[in-house]
Ligand binder design. Structure first.
Ligand SMILES: [Cu+2]
Length: 155
């Protein structure tokens, strides 16, 4: 019985530690909710952040189509990114969840693909440099259908 209690205490301590660590990580990031829609757009195409602000983007895909027909992600690009090349390569990278492996250095942050009813998220630090940064969906055809938006960093 003594051993049992000891083990239980360890688990309780571990649980408390993990949940508090998780809560802290979530609390200091501002959550932006975005929906990926059936018509290949985001319902939010403008995000404004302070330099260095911690942001969580939470993307939910709203569609009745099958995952292979309609999924969305959120990919925030660096200003130096070659957008056309990145999109072209990533659309072909289905096995890598549509992020071209050799072009990850062009990305600030990205979520996995979310199919209908799924929610995915990514937490990142906004760039320090005030400017505009593009975010895109790399599911084939979606960028050219207009699935993009702008993160504006300003004081
Ligand atoms: Cu999409």
């Amino acid at each position: 019985m003594k051993n049992y209690n000891y083990t239980l205490n360890i688990f309780v301590l571990l649980f408390v530690f993990m949940t508090s660590a998780f809560a802290t990580a979530q609390e200091d990031a501002r959550v932006i909710e975005i929906k990926g829609l059936n018509n290949m757009t985001y319902d939010k195409t403008e995000i404004v952040a302070k330099p260095g602000e911690k942001i969580t983007v939470r993307l939910t895909t709203v569609t009745d189509y099958k995952p292979r027909q309609m999924s969305h992600n959120f990919v925030l690009l660096k200003q130096t990114a070659d957008v056309q090349s990145f999109i072209a390569a990533s659309e072909k990278a289905a096995v890598e969840d549509f992020i071209a492996p050799n072009m990850r250095d062009q990305v600030i942050a990205y979520t996995p693909m979310a199919s209908g009813g799924e929610t995915v998220e990514v937490t990142f630090t906004a760039p320090e440099r005030p400017s505009k940064y593009m975010y895109v969906c790399t599911f084939p055809g979606h960028f050219f259908a207009g699935m993009k938006g702008t993160l504006t960093v300003k004081e």
